[in-house]
Design a protein around this ligand. Structure first.
Ligand code: NG1
Ligand code: MG
Length: 496
């Protein structure tokens, strides 16, 4: 990958407008404008765009407050928008007929719009961005009416963050339609909180990657003390490196299975932090990042390297957890209550009411181990990127493989199909292979060389798709394995 692109410093949305030519995406935009015009009998005023992302390293640690390293992909959501002063209605249609057109009204300043998170409904994701933005625009008496047509190319439920791409695009469309003054930082922070309205207690990695990414770079995202991002250069390797994404085509819908997987993990890591802050004599917190920071302070490690701090805490937590009564399956809620000093009822109210969970045991030891080692791997990965030693590909690959193993063993967010694709990849020239995104299905990301991309893709077709999905159409197959370049973030296109 070439890395001679200047580092842009966008500060406000005034500068978000895309200046680059649309290149090979041009025909898609033209088709969207044409369909829009025939559907609504008017031309769009602008098109808002936000991409999906692939996470290179740092899985399931954003909601504990640790930094992550995703990059945007070319797949995205684009929404053509026309505004009207005649009403404050929103009419939204989708190029894909499987998503039926919807219409809703602005319900006034307090409510903005009702989102029924018990229903799995595509327009809810649009409503999230719309609602989040208008909640912020306190001075706006009456928002514009909107006509919208959406086209998305991020496969849903695949760990490439189609959801955040929709929410960020809808937030951006609402900003542009109502001429709101906001920075990228504010747009992202609002989109993060707004997406929780669909019922998933998500972290902030996806929205940050979608908004802030730049072509040719990975994006380091920090959440503490507040959201901040920096671009990370890929090392120039010999032979040149490339990433390939392969979708297992097992859809893991967090909306449906959240109480047993994603939302449960969020609760488990918070419980672990509550226990550790108490057991280590630190200020009371439910964030593992805060435990990490406070522990370093208490142990006088402020001058130690990040890696040394992780090692010290990892060593300490090895012996700090009590034995569980379930023979290694995890702690019962009563045991968690004893460990954290919070009554069962308080735990339920604080952590399981808005986002319900379903489980008998909470696996705090395993989750803590994953989060701390994974956060350490993010630091290691970036160090290797900046130092670019001779064996860069081997080291980055082994970090990715260690991440996969930890996701599987300690965070239990892999699945047999992911394991299988990773194994095929490693046997066919991938230095590293791991799940990306939430897991339990969805996509894998693999590190290989540019020249090995065709061989790797062919091996996955033969060894995985042809075996598991023999009837898959050529079109779907092309869609399932993608070689991708780091893409650019959110933008608004005008001039139609
Ligand atoms: P996916 O499922 O890929 O959109 C989710 C979360 C992220 C992060 C990853 C795991 C949402 C919107 N995103 O990503 O914040 O926690 O899982 O690293 O839920
Ligand atoms: Mg998502």
């Amino acid at each position: 990958m070439s890395n001679n692109v200047p580092v842009p410093t966008y500060e406000s949305l005034d500068k978000i407008y895309a200046t680059e030519a649309l290149g090979r995406q041009g025909p898609r935009y033209n088709a969207l404008v044409e369909k829009f015009t025939s559907l609504y009998g008017r031309k769009p005023n602008f098109i808002a765009r936000s991409p999906g992302r692939v996470n290179l390293i740092g899985e399931h640690i954003d909601y504990s407050g640790f930094g992550v390293l995703p990059m945007a992909i070319e797949r995205d959501v684009i929404i053509a928008v026309a505004t009207t002063d005649d009403d404050s209605k929103v009419r939204i249609a989708n190029i894909d007929p499987k998503y039926e057109p919807r219409e809703f009204d602005f319900e006034g300043k307090g409510t903005i719009v009702t989102i029924d998170s018990t229903k799995h409904e595509w327009s809810n994701y649009f409503k999230c961005g719309y609602k989040g933005m208008l909640e912020r625009a306190e001075n706006l008496e009456k928002p514009k009416g909107m006509y919208l047509l959406m086209d998305g190319t991020v496969p849903a439920g695949s760990g490439l963050s189609s959801s955040a791409a929709v929410v960020c695009t809808s937030a951006l469309a609402t900003i542009e339609a109502n001429k709101l003054q906001l920075t990228k930082q504010e747009l992202t922070e609002i989109a993060i909180v707004a997406e929780r309205n669909v019922g998933v207690n998500s972290g902030g990695m996806d929205q940050s990657a979608s908004v802030f990414s730049e072509q040719q770079y990975a994006l380091h995202v920090d959440f503490v003390p507040r959201l901040s991002t920096r671009l990370v250069r890929f090392p120039e390797t010999q032979p040149p490196m490339a990433f390939v994404i392969a979708n297992t085509l097992v859809t893991a819908d967090k909306f449906v299975s959240g109480p047993r997987n994603y939302n449960l993990r969020v609760v488990e890591v918070k419980m672990a932090a509550l226990f550790l802050s108490r057991a280590l004599g630190l200020p009371n917190t439910d964030s593992l990042k805060e435990v990490f920071d406070e522990f370093a302070k208490k142990e006088n490690l402020t001058n130690a390297s990040e890696l040394e701090k992780y090692d010290a805490l990892l060593e300490r937590v090895k012996t700090i957890f009590p034995k569980d009564s379930s023979n290694g399956q995890g702690y019962s809620l009563e045991e968690v209550s004893d460990m954290t000093g919070l009554p069962v009822q308080a735990l339920k109210e604080e952590y399981m009411t808005r986002f319900p969970v379903e489980t008998d045991y909470y696996r705090l030891v395993q989750r803590t181990h994953h989060v701390l080692t994974e956060a350490k791997r993010v630091v290691e990965f970036e160090e290797v990127c900046s130092e670019a030693p001779a064996n860069t590909l081997e080291i980055l690959g082994s970090i990715m493989n260690a991440s996969q193993e930890s996701c599987d063993k300690y965070f239990n967010c892999s699945c047999p199909e992911i394991d299988q694709v990773c194994e095929i990849a490693r046997k066919n020239g991938a230095y590293g292979a791991r799940l990306t995104g939430a897991g339990w299905g969805g996509c894998t990301v693999m590190l290989t060389t540019e020249s090995n991309v065709p061989t790797l893709i062919e091996a996955i077709k033969q060894g995985y798709y042809n075996q598991k999905f023999p009837d898959l159409s050529q079109e779907k197959l092309v869609d399932a394995v993608l070689s991708t370049q780091p893409g650019s973030g959110s933008a608004v296109f005008t001039g139609f």
